[in-house]
Design a protein around this ligand. Structure first.
Ligand code: NI
Length: 172
């Protein structure tokens, strides 16, 4: 396993619609392992493939929290097949937009269909943090970031901060 560099917004690769995977082969399982390690190292609760520059439809997540055993999940070709009318608002962050947190409102419950690590079709019903996390990660696969839900002014403020951060990092 290896830790991959995480792309920071703005980056054209974070705005792309990712391609579906055709089955889950050993190289995709290796990719999911790397993403898992990268996510835990960051640390974060979710990471989508485009965030490490791979434009394929997969993400990893573990929203179990500090006080419970780890519960890593890898989802390939995930899609929301049902969403509740009821909404939930969470303060979201993103490993590609470090240290920025803003409230985003999304459906409170979703049902997600995906391929698991064995390439088998699975369905999972999520609520709470898990529902928000899965929707945030699926957005990544469609080139959408959580700041796209914010006002234009807030979005450009955050984008300018990220441009500055990238310049500072490049100088190190
Ligand atoms: Ni994110």
């Amino acid at each position: 396993m290896s830790i991959r560099p995480i792309l920071i917004h703005p980056d054209p690769r974070l705005k792309k619609i990712c391609a579906p995977v055709e089955g889950v082969d050993p190289s995709l399982r290796k990719l999911a392992d790397d993403m898992m390690e990268t996510m835990y190292d960051a640390p974060g609760i979710g990471l989508a493939a485009p965030q490490i520059g791979v434009l394929q439809r997969l993400f990893v997540m573990d929203f179990s929290g500090k006080d419970t055993p780890p519960d890593p999940m890898a989802l390939f070709n995930p899609e929301v097949i049902w969403a509740s009318e009821e909404k939930n608002t969470y303060e979201e962050g993103c490993l590609s937009i470090p240290d920025m947190y803003e409230e985003v409102t999304r459906p409170a419950e979703v049902k997600v269909r995906y391929l698991d690590l064995d390439g088998k079709t699975q369905e999972m019903q999520l609520d709470g943090l898990g529902a928000t996390c899965a929707q945030h990660e699926i957005d990544h696969l469609n080139g959408k970031l959580f700041i796209d839900y914010l006002s234009r002014i807030k979005r450009s403020m955050i984008t300018n901060k990220m441009k500055k951060l990238k310049k500072e990092r490049a100088l190190l």
